[in-house]
Ligand binder design. Structure first.
Ligand code: FES
Length: 85
């Protein structure tokens, strides 16, 4: 769907940039969205917000500490600390 009629920018293009980690201002600078009449700004911001906070891959962090684990990489039982004796 075209979000910005003035610049012919689609929601998919905005979402792709948001998933790459760009914020609205960076996307606006990069694509020119909402830089003419401004009518699309709210919708464009909504697309960025949806993709920045809730995209399943946006917030995946790899565990740097093997004892820490993650939902996708639980800690190995052999690596868990036992209570001090
Ligand atoms: S519709 Fe996006 S600037 Fe006009």
């Amino acid at each position: 769907m075209i979000v910005c009629v003035c610049r012919r920018i689609s929601d998919r293009e905005i979402a792709r940039h948001a998933r790459a980690g760009l914020g609205f201002d960076e996307i606006q600078f990069e694509l020119g969205v909402a830089t003419q009449c401004g009518q699309c700004e709210g919708c464009a911001r909504d697309v960025v917000a949806q993709c920045s906070g809730t995209c399943p891959t946006a917030n995946i962090k790899l565990a740097t500490n093997p004892l820490e684990g993650s939902p996708w990489n639980p800690p190995s039982p052999s690596l868990q600390l036992s209570p001090a004796a």
